[in-house]
Design a protein around this ligand. Structure first.
Ligand code: DMJ
Length: 653
């Protein structure tokens, strides 16, 4: 700046009068004050902060005990990133976004940026074999992927930490091998059945969704919106826990190379969630293989647009392509959504939030929960159809079987999976169970306990095969019921399971029909031709497995073995297993379909039934409705940098 000496003006210093100097200084100090004020009063700006604040103040704290802060930061980051880059909610997996937060990392904290995913060598199968045999390689294999996902490596989810928060090793001391040779032989038989089903699928239907064992080809169907390999995804964890490791490896490589998530088809939100999301989540949690996590997060993001309805209750069908449009099933009353569909997302979505650090999945399912909790319920019951537009029930049909079933299952399992902290789920479950007992539970003249269906107050004395899961459900919830009800719940669970066994025992094939009745003189038998089929469903065997674990009454293993023999006799064909059209005739008529849930559920539950309880122990693992094991979320342990659940378990008191 140049200060000019003005003529006729007595000047001092720089040629300015004292008063001029004073005005200038005043102006200068005003300017400086204004600049600082701008810094503090203008909206928060990271760039200004970077300039003016020290580096350490600029970084979010992610030190020990503040794991949540790191998680929240990751959530915010991914949420805003998604909003900006993928306005329709279609995101790439976190690992691919290039930005991840160091989780845990005691005392260090800080935001770290990484490009792409760290590739790793697949786990060694020798190590797995050795681990299954209880060898020293256990730690190497089970925690193999920690090299990628430990807090130090920068992944969003600390896998190693998660493993330490389990109370017991997932595969038990010896892969769950039972001490008793007879049981072990039975277990080996189930493993052979799995291998047979898998080998035939691989030979004739590889990459398709399901095997058609009579015509020896693949079936694609229209439930999965162009996604393929349903039998592969559904089999991953079963193969793994059975120690069929070559087969597991083939399945894993197919997922790595061929699972194409860019499909543009129309899918059932429910089916994709329970089979694909559930299957990939389990595979990740059991093996620590990062690729499964990447895939499941990519798929999970594709499901989010289904929730864009006035109430947030998702519609049943979703386009998995970029349009993300969704609609209700044509057959569902007045554009309604189905209770068993929108009510069977909770377990998987909680884990999507856990793995991604993005709370959006939890928010979506909590919103469903809130609406259902608030809405008026006829006699305390939850009807099967709800409008995603008005949030009101569309008609009053209540069923513990199809259309309603797994909603109830997910209430009690949400409570158990939350390490018994989700009190809302607990209350909703026990209230629902009370309403079910008051309105639906019946005793037949022959003394069989069953669950009828309810149509606006009128009972339909029919029980679906699907409803037979409820024996197991009531059993696993017994212990957390009111103290004076616990034995009652266990008895009820046993009675329902007994009835379901009767539905098998009263057929010529010793397999149960799709639905059985308790009217017109019938007791646990199908009276309609259209209800006589059996499509390899798991629900009855599922209840045997839970009841075995809860009571150790040997009858459940005997009943399971009866089912194995019946499956071998009537459903095993030259190239796989097939459903049958009529359980009451010995001249088998096969339906030519090996359902993917046979591999995922029926054979897994049988295998667990003949295993020691320490294979996927109930303290640590909750099975989703497709029998994919998901771990209990131990928030306090996961956030505690130093003490693990195993340590805590050992602490006195
Ligand atoms: C499976 O896909 C799941 O168990 C679902 O909850 C109900 N139906 C089939 C098996 O029967």
């Amino acid at each position: 700046m140049v200060f000019r000496k003005l003529p006729g003006v007595s000047a001092s210093g720089m040629g300015l009068r004292l008063s001029q100097k004073f005005v200038f200084l005043l102006f200068l100090s005003g300017l400086v004050t204004l600049c600082f004020a701008a810094l503090f009063f203008l909206p928060d700006s990271v760039r200004l902060k970077r300039i003016f604040l020290s580096k350490s103040e600029n970084q979010p704290a992610t030190a020990a005990g503040s794991g949540m802060a790191a998680e929240n930061d990751a959530s915010e980051r991914s949420k805003s990133q998604r909003d900006q880059e993928h306005p329709r909610g279609v995101t790439s997996a976190k690992g691919e976004s290039g930005v991840v937060v160091i989780a845990g990392g005691a005392g260090r904290g800080g935001l770290a940026r990484f490009k792409g995913l760290t590739r790793k060598t697949p786990p060694s199968y020798e190590a797995t074999e050795e681990r299954l045999a209880g060898g020293k390689a256990q730690e190497d294999m089970t925690l193999g992927s920690d090299k990628d996902s430990s807090p130090d490596s920068g992944a969003t989810f600390a896998y190693k930490k998660f493993r330490r928060c389990l109370l017991k090793p997932p595969l038990g001391r010896d892969g769950g091998k039972p001490g008793d040779p007879k049981t072990d032989k039975r277990r080996e038989k189930v493993k052979e059945m799995m291998k047979f089903a898998w080998d035939n699928y691989k030979q004739y239907a590889w990459g398709k969704n399901e095997l058609r064992p009579l015509t020896k080809n693949g079936h694609i169907g229209n439930m999965f919106g162009g996604l393929r390999g349903a039998s592969i995804i559904d089999s991953l964890d079963t193969l793994y826990i059975m120690g069929l490791l070559d087969e597991y490896n083939d399945a894993k490589e197919w997922v790595r190379i061929n699972l194409d998530l860019t499909s543009n088809g129309e899918a059932s939100l429910f089916e994709v969630n329970i089979r694909y999301v559930g299957g990939l989540l389990s595979a990740y949690y059991l093996t620590g293989e990062e690729m499964f996590k990447t895939k499941v997060l990519e798929l999970g993001a594709k499901l989010l647009p289904a929730f864009n309805t006035p109430t947030g209750i998702p519609r049943g069908v979703i386009n998995l392509g970029s349009s993300g449009s969704s609609w209700s099933w044509g057959w569902a009353s007045a554009g309604s959504s189905i209770l068993a569909e929108f009510g069977t997302l909770h377990l998987e979505f909680i884990h999507l939030s856990e793995l991604s650090g993005d709370p959006i999945y939890t928010e979506k399912v909590m919103n469903i929960r809130k609406l259902l909790n608030k809405i008026e319920k006829p006699q305390g019951l939850y009807p099967n159809f709800l409008s995603p537009v008005s949030g009101n029930w569309v008609q009053h049909h209540v069923s513990i079987g199809g259309l309603g079933d797994s909603f109830y299952e997910y209430l009690i399992k949400s409570y158990l999976m939350s390490d018994k902290t989700d009190e809302d789920a607990k209350n909703m479950y026990y209230n629902a169970l009370e309403a079910i007992e008051n309105n639906l539970v019946q005793k037949s003249p022959g003394g069989l306990t069953y669950m009828a269906e309810w149509r606006g107050g009128i009972l339909d004395h029919k029980m679906g095969h699907l409803a037979c899961f409820s024996g197991g459900m009531i059993g696993i919830g017994a212990d957390d019921g009111a103290p004076d009800k616990r034995q009652h719940y266990l008895d009820l669970a046993a009675e329902v399971t007994h009835t379901c066994h009767e539905s098998y025992d009263r057929s010529a094939t010793k397999l149960g029909p799709e639905a059985f009745r308790f009217d017109g003189g019938a007791e646990a038998t199908a009276t309609r031709l259209s209800d006589r089929y059996y499509i390899l469903r798991p629900e009855v065997i599922e209840s045997y497995m839970y009841m075995w674990r809860l009571t150790h009454d040997p009858k459940y293993r005997e009943w399971g073995w009866e089912a194995v023999e019946a499956l071998e006799r009537h459903c095993r064909v030259e190239s796989g297993f097939s459903g049958i059209r009529d359980v009451y005739t010995l001249a088998d008529s096969h339906d030519n379909m090996q359902q993917s849930f046979f591999l995922s559920e029926t054979l897994k539950y049988l295998y667990l039934l003949f295993s020691d309880d320490d294979l996927l122990p109930s303290e640590d693992w909750i099975f989703n409705t497709e029998a994919h094991p998901l771990p209990v979320v131990r928030k306090s342990c996961l956030q505690d940098a130093s003490v693990t659940a195993q340590d805590k378990n050992k602490l006195p008191g």
